[in-house]
Design a protein around this ligand. Sequence first.
Ligand SMILES: NC(=O)C1=CN([C@@H]2O[C@H](COP(=O)(O)OP(=O)(O)OC[C@H]3O[C@@H](n4cnc5c(N)ncnc54)[C@H](O)[C@@H]3O)[C@@H](O)[C@H]2O)C=CC1
Ligand SMILES: N[C@@H](CC=O)C(=O)O
Ligand code: NA
Length: 460
Amino acid sequence: MSQRGDVEPVTEENPAEMASIPAESVPTLKVALLGCGVVGSSVATMLVENADDLAARVGARLELIGIAVRRPERARPDVPVDPALFTADADTLVRAADIVIEVIGGIDPARGLILTAMEHGASVVTANKALLAEDGPTLYSAAGEHGVDLYYEAAVAGAIPIVRPMRESLVGDDVQRVLGIVNGTTNFVLDKMDSTGAGFAETVEQAQALGYAEADPTADVEGFDAAAKAAILASLAFHTRVSSDDVHREGITEVTAADIQAARDMDAVVKLLAICELVRDDEGAPTGVSVRVHPAMIARTHPLASVRDAYNAVFVEASAAGELMFYGKGAGGDPTSSAILGDVVAVARHRLAGGHGPKESAYADLPVVDMGLATTRYHISLAVADRPGVLAQVASAFADHGVSIETVRQRMLTDDDESRASLVIVTHRATDSALAATVDALTGLDTVDAVVSWMRVEGA
Ligand SMILES: NC(=O)C1=CN([C@@H]2O[C@H](COP(=O)(O)OP(=O)(O)OC[C@H]3O[C@@H](n4cnc5c(N)ncnc54)[C@H](O)[C@@H]3O)[C@@H](O)[C@H]2O)C=CC1
Ligand SMILES: N[C@@H](CC=O)C(=O)O
Ligand code: NA
C-alpha cells in the first residue's frame, strides 16, 4: 500500500471478519526497519513472530520490506527473517515504505533518513532520544508538512508508556512537575552502591558485565541519556520546546560511597533524577520551566526510592490528576520493542483510517530558567572545629544567603580528637544560586575545615 487511504481497512472491531477474508484481499503496509542491533533485532523478531496478531489488530498485514544495516552480509542467526531483506541502502529502502522504524540511533544519518522517509509519505517510529532532544522540531515540522506520524514511545523510559500519557491522556490537565528515573544503567549502579556498599567503579564494571551499560558508558553515567529524555518529557509536559542543550546536567561519576552512606543516615537513597518543573511567579502565573538531571537524595518513603536495579519510573504531578507513577523496564531489546510495536500499530491504524496522531504542541513557549533559579532542599556535610560559636557562625552563613536550615546533626569525627566534628545540615527549599553562595561562604570560614559534600534533596 503506497498511497495512504486507498484501501478499505479491515476493522479491528471484528477480528473474525479478518479471518474470513482471503489473505490476498487483506491490505498490506510496507515496513522498513533501520538498524538491527539490540533493539532492531528484537523489533524484527516481533514483527515476524507476531505477524498474524498484529495484522488482526491493525486491520492490515505489516510486511517487513527491508532492514538497513551497515554490513548486510553478516550472518544474523538470531533474527528470523530472510537474509535477503538486509541492505546497506537505507536511502532507497525508506522511499519504498509506508512505515519506517528508526533504531540506528545518533544524529546522522538517522535524521536524514527520517526526513527522506517523511518526504516520501512514510510515518516514522523512532527510539532515538538523542535526535529528538537535539532536533525534534525539524522532525515534527516535516511530519506536519507531509501529513505523516512521528511516534517515539521507546525514546523515553523504554517499555514504560509515558510519551503517550503525556501527549494524550494528560493533555487536558496541567502538569506541574515530572520526576523521573529514566536511565537504567545509572539506577543499577546507584542501587548496588546502596545495597552492597560497593564503590562507583566496581559497580559500573558489574553493570557492563550484565549488559546494562554500554562498552563506553559515558552517555549513561554522565547523564547525557537522561538529559535527552528530560528534554523530551519537559517539552511534552509544558508545551514548550526544550532541547538537550537547555538541560542542566550532572552525572553520577562524583557520587561516593560516603554520599550513599549520608543518604542512608537520613533514611534516603541517592538516585539520578530527571526533573522537569513549572516555575511560577508570586501570583502563581507560569514564568518558565526548570529542567535538570543530577544525583539527588530522595526519602525512602517516596515511591521513586523503591525503583531498584535497572528499572525506570516516572513520577508525574498534575493539577487535577494529582500524583501518578509509571514504572517498568527502561532498557533492553524486548522491552524497547514493546513500545516500538505499540507505536507501529498506532501509526498503521492511522494510515488505514486516514488520520494521524498529535502534532507537536509548543504553544506555551516558556523560557527554560537558569539552574541558579531552580529551588530544592539540600544536604550539606561539613567538617568543623568543635568549639563554642562554630554552630552560630555556620548558621549565619546560611542566613546571610537566605537559606533556611531545617535540621542540623553534629557528631564527633573521631574518639581521640575531640576538637573536630562533623555537621550535617538539611535546608528548606532555596535556590541553587543561594546554596552555591552559601557553600562558598562556608568554605571561607576558618572554623570550617571542609565542605565535605553537598547534594540536592528532592521529592518533597
Ligand atoms: N538499547 C536500549 O535498551 C535502548 C535503546 N534505545 C534507542 O534505540 C536506538 C538503537 O539502540 P540499540 O539497538 O541499543 O543500538 P545498537 O548499537 O545495538 O544498534 C544500532 C544498529 O544500527 C546499525 N547502524 C548504525 N549506523 C547505521 C547506518 N548508517 N546505516 C544502517 N544501519 C546502521 C548498526 O549496525 C546496529 O545494527 C538508539 O537510538 C537508542 O538510544 C532506546 C531505548 C532503550
Ligand atoms: N542506556 C540506557 C538505555 C536506553 O535508553 C539506559 O541505561 O537506560
Ligand atoms: Na516509553
